[in-house]
Design a binder for this molecule. Structure first.
Ligand code: ATP
Ligand code: MG
Length: 451
């Protein structure tokens, strides 16, 4: 069984503390309690805590100050803020400061349990949360490149950023659509409000509507409290609708209305909420093609496409490859041989900058502190000369054959030999690198008589 998760409950009310303690224990957690922010920090100093649930109002260091202090040192510790009904503004403030979630009091045990389970499960993804996005906005926009298409792009970003016009960013996977969306926000007068990203492809269709628009108390079974959606969270800021063509078509109608009128209604309500939001959308599909295929409503397309920003593929700006690679390697204190760099420049990069980063990341591990050279690159990038580069294939040059089993064997032999060499003979590390179990590695070594 997993170790019990330790949860620190912070509340100045002794009765509330006791109730939380009992409830948390009942829910299968190990509870710790503190009476205010100061006491909580003391506990955090001495114990490993998996999650904090804190009241907002407390005499000595309130919930927001506690959260702010924690976030100065720890970006990922899940934190749930308990606020009162009618304090939605404070809840938003808490989310901005990096809370994982908030619950409104009075709450029932189930609401608390769901919030905790959710916050614990997204702990790893936390790096992606709104708070970190907002935080990274302070730094420069991270767009590297001095090629003509890149300079043109930067100029367009500066031109369009100050406007409220909707921007539709298009481009292949890994070309930097999200980075550009953030840059637009960062260069806009909205930069002090939130940049809120919603990946329309990653959220289950049936949840997307409430995720975007929120719901009123009682909207459906289980909607015991009002909930704010991403639209409301982005008030005054920028809402980034990523993979917008993947949004269910009926929801697209509601989105269109929200964009046209600047008004939303939460699920289960008829209260009209007026919002001031700038929308940036992105897709790696051809949006007109998506319209033709009936995936994207035509009227929504025209509404989003006020200003289209097509991002160049990396192969169309191969001058930038060196700059991006150098920047990445500098951060890792790694280096690369001229020969290997030359191969990177001539490769077509279907996965664009993301693929380049992944290849460099892997190569840097393989190189283990030495300059990255050709044989640290995947065979298709290193080109043919790399296949002759390992001791193994020197002994047994690959035959020219169409046989799948023979070719697979050749390839497996080479990958295994490379991985073992890269890990200085450590088989368990090599298995990890090969992404197979140690057992399968042993089996293959036996089979190919490589032992
Ligand atoms: N011009 C650039 N300079 C430096 N890094 C970049 C650049 N463009 C993209 N990146 C980096 O490449 C990675 C992918 O970028 P991003 O997530 O913005 O791409 P995307 O177009 O949204 O991809 P997808 O369509 O797969 O979602 C990120 O790590 C990003 O920081
Ligand atoms: Mg993206």
């Amino acid at each position: 069984m997993d170790k019990l998760k330790t949860i620190l409950a912070v509340d100045d009310e002794p009765n509330m503390r006791r109730l939380l303690e009992i409830s948390l224990r009942q829910a299968g957690y190990k509870p710790l309690v503190a009476a205010d922010g100061k006491e909580a920090l003391q506990v955090l100093k001495n114990q490993t805590i998996d999650l904090v649930v804190s009241d907002l109002h407390m005499p000595s260091m309130n919930g927001l100050e506690l959260l702010r202090t924690i976030r100065q040192e720890n970006d990922v510790l899940p934190f749930i803020m308990v606020t009162a009904q009618g304090e939605i503004k404070t809840a938003v403030e808490a989310m901005k400061l990096g809370a994982s979630d908030y619950i409104l009091r009075p709450f029932d045990l189930e609401t608390l349990e769901i919030a905790i389970a959710k916050a614990l499960s997204v702990k790893r993804l936390n790096l992606e949360n709104t708070y970190l996005k907002a935080k990274s906005e302070d730094e420069n926009d991270g767009l590297i490149g001095l090629s003509a298409p890149m300079l043109a792009l930067k100029q367009l970003i500066h031109q369009v950023a100050p406007e409220k016009a909707t921007v539709l960013i298009t481009g292949e996977t890994g070309t930097g659509k999200e980075l550009v969306a953030k840059a637009i926000h960062q260069h806009s007068p909205r930069k002090n409000a939130l940049f809120v990203a919603v990946n329309c492809a990653a959220i289950p269709a049936e949840m997307l509507e409430s995720e975007l628009f929120g719901y009123e108390k009682g909207a459906f079974t289980g909607a015991v409290k009002e909930r704010i959606g991403k639209f409301e969270l982005a008030e005054g800021g920028t809402l980034f609708l990523d993979e917008v063509t993947e949004m269910p078509i009926n929801l697209q109608a509601k989105l269109l209305r929200a964009l046209q009128e600047g008004i939303i209604e939460k699920l289960g309500g008829n209260r009209q909420i007026e919002l001031d939001i700038r929308v940036v959308a992105a897709t790696n599909r051809n949006p007109l093609q998506a319209v033709k295929e009936g995936k994207l409503r035509e009227d929504l397309y025209y509404r989003l496409n006020v200003f289209q920003l097509p991002l160049p593929a990396l192969r169309e700006r191969s001058e930038d490859i060196t700059l991006i690679a150098q920047d990445f390697l500098n951060k890792k204190s790694a280096s690369i041989s001229d020969e290997a760099l030359q191969q990177l420049i001539s490769y077509a990069w279907p996965g664009n900058v993301r693929e380049l980063q992944n290849v460099l990341e892997r190569a840097a591990i393989l190189a283990g502190g030495n300059p990255i050279s050709l044989h640290h690159l995947p065979a298709d990038i290193a080109g043919t000369n790399a296949t002759a580069d390992t001791s193994f294939s020197n002994k047994q040059p690959p035959e020219l054959t169409y046989s799948i089993p023979k070719t697979v064997e050749q390839l497996e032999r080479k990958l295994i030999a490379d991985a073992i060499a890269a890990c200085q003979g450590n088989k368990s590390k090599a298995a990890k690198l090969l992404e197979i179990s140690e057992r399968s590695l042993w089996y293959k070594l036996e089979q190919y008589q490589l032992k």
